[in-house]
Design a protein around this ligand. Structure first.
Ligand SMILES: Cc1cc2nc3c(=O)[nH]c(=O)nc-3n(C[C@H](O)[C@H](O)[C@H](O)COP(=O)(O)OP(=O)(O)OC[C@H]3O[C@@H](n4cnc5c(N)ncnc54)[C@H](O)[C@@H]3O)c2cc1C
Ligand SMILES: NC(=O)c1ccc[n+]([C@@H]2O[C@H](COP(=O)([O-])OP(=O)(O)OC[C@H]3O[C@@H](n4cnc5c(N)ncnc54)[C@H](O)[C@@H]3O)[C@@H](O)[C@H]2O)c1
Length: 449
């Protein structure tokens, strides 16, 4: 006999967990189904370990650059132990019992639909008024001849590594590639990064890619843009990778960061009436509805595959299910690559704003020429803030910042874009002296009128 619930959540990454928690506190009877570990990719193999691993090199670089600090050093064994603690030693038993203690049913197994509102997992049949699909994504593996015969890491092996490799070829030059390269290079790996697009972080403003390239080069990383790996083969203990220009790179491991695919393949979605798009993503409306009583949130929607977006969609879907109708808007949501220094952006690039018909004005500010904080922060002051605005509408459309702590102060641009705060109001701010936030006023005053 099938157990019935108000809502079943398939997948307990950050999106599924946020939805389950909100619906449970809204009084619903909930079941969560998880094929692997409660917490999802983010908690064990993505955001949490990667940001934990990047903090030490960041602190080391900050210390190197701060006047009056000598001999800062990295301790891999200590960081590795802290990473293992942060990823719960890949053990989610406390999370399972935490849910059970709250009265949430946990089913460990691969869920598949048996009908529009019924699923099976671990031999159990379940039905619900609402089913939320939050099954996340998996790495996209490029076609490279011989890849199956050489050591290859996806984000999973890279973020749970036990030993720092001597030489690595990183494939992909966006968030995963830039973050993993930064971490490894700062720990002494000889990193070669191969990026198929003409620049790093190719969805961002071209200046962001240029600035990121300069920082990666400074960290000792060899960059190949407009390049792909064609084939790989073993030669003794080495892996020899041939790029598409015929050049060869000798490494110990290939690390893949070439994008992700929504995880929908095993769900039997044909039983639900949902048809995935050409990326394999589940199409949703503004409230994250994917069909009658069906919802999709997080990476599986491919809308903006970030944890904060998945959790936002979870709040939108859960509130709508609870009768508090909400719609999502994605304007101005920040996008951060945790490089050293941090690379942050929000809203539209100048090119996207122009394509959308805006009357675009832009400015870029060298922070060391304009504000005091870079000098109090480090002895080689640096940082860049770029703004994109609409001259006619007199509001901010986009921003990028490549500078220390940019992941924090990008949120001012994010709020200004989302809340459509007029430029006159933004120019009337008095940010704390001396902070990086002062850059906004300096940049706004430099915007063409
Ligand atoms: C290396 C790396 C670093 C990242 N760093 C950041 C960061 O710093 N900040 C940020 O915002 N984003 C980051 N991301 C992106 C972030 O990890 C994802 O956006 C986020 O994990 C998506 O959450 P989700 O809940 O949609 O899916 P996931 O976290 O992928 O969780 C989905 C869950 O569903 C389960 N599942 C799948 N299919 C089934 C099934 N059929 N039945 C039952 N369970 C199923 C999976 O086992 C998994 O536990 C990073 C990604 C990578 C690869
Ligand atoms: N800090 C963060 O928020 C963070 C960190 C890591 C990942 N993420 C998210 O995880 C997802 C995956 O990140 P990602 O960087 O793997 O994917 P991505 O889709 O953002 O970028 C993939 C990059 O790989 C390149 N590429 C694709 N195929 C290639 C090939 N064959 N050879 C060389 N280069 C190739 C592309 O040009 C692109 O720049 C993204 O949605 C990202 O936003 C977020």
């Amino acid at each position: 006999m099938s157990a019935s619930f108000d809502t079943i959540v398939i997948g307990t990454g950050p999106a599924g967990e946020a939805a389950a928690a909100r619906l449970h506190s809204g009084g619903q009877r909930i079941a969560v189904i998880e094929a692997e570990l409660i917490g999802g990719e983010c908690a064990y193999w993505a955001c949490i370990p990667s940001k934990t691993l990047l903090r030490a090199p960041e602190a080391r670089t900050e210390a190197d650059r701060a006047q009056g600090v000598t001999d800062p050093s990295l301790d891999w064994a200590d960081l590795r132990a802290y990473r293992d603690y942060m990823i719960r030693h890949l053990d989610d038993s406390a999370q399972v019992s935490g849910y059970q203690d709250q009265g949430i049913t946990v089913v460990k197994g691969q869920a598949a639909f048996t009908g529009p509102r019924t699923v099976t997992a671990a031999g159990r049949e379940m039905s619900a008024d609402n089913i939320i699909i939050a099954t996340g994504s998996q790495p996209r593996i490029p076609l490279i001849k011989g890849l199956a015969d050489v050591p290859v890491w996806t984000n999973r092996e890279a973020t749970t590594l036990t030993d720092i490799p001597e030489r690595a070829l990183v494939i992909g030059g966006s968030a995963v590639g830039v973050e993993l390269s930064t971490f490894l290079a700062r720990f002494g790996t000889q990193v070669t990064l191969v990026q198929s697009a003409g620049r790093l972080l190719d969805r961002e403003d071209p200046r962001v890619g240029e600035l990121a390239a300069a920082h990666l080069t400074e960290a000792g990383i060899t960059l190949h843009t407009s390049r792909t790996a064609r084939s790989a083969r073993r030669e003794g203990d080495d892996t020899l990778v041939t790029l598409d220009d015929g050049s060869e790179v000798r490494v110990d491991v290939i690390i893949i960061g070439a994008g992700r695919r929504p995880r929908t393949a095993d769900l039997n979605l044909e039983r639900t009436g949902i048809t995935v798009d050409d990326r394999g993503a589940i199409p949703i409306d503004a409230s994250c509805r994917a069909g009658d009583g069906l919802w999709a949130i997080g990476d599986v929607t491919a809308v903006m595959p970030f944890t904060h977006v998945g959790m936002y969609q979870a709040r939108i879907a859960a509130d709508t299910i609870l009768g508090r109708h909400r719609t999502a808007t994605y304007d101005g949501i920040p996008r951060v690559v945790f490089g050293v220094p941090e690379i942050a952006a929000a809203g539209l690039t100048a090119a996207a704003a122009t394509a959308a018909g805006h009357d675009v004005i832009t400015t870029e500010l060298d922070l060391a020429d304009s504000i005091a904080r870079p000098y109090t922060f480090e002895k080689q002051p640096r940082g860049t803030l770029g703004l994109v605005a609409d001259r006619t509408e007199q509001r901010l459309l986009g921003a990028y910042a490549v500078a220390p702590l940019a992941s924090e102060w990008i949120h001012q641009a994010s709020l200004a874009i989302r809340a459509r705060i007029p430029l006159t109001v933004l120019r009337d701010q008095a940010a704390q002296f001396p902070t990086y936030s002062e850059a906004y006023l300096a940049a706004l005053e430099a915007l063409p009128q």
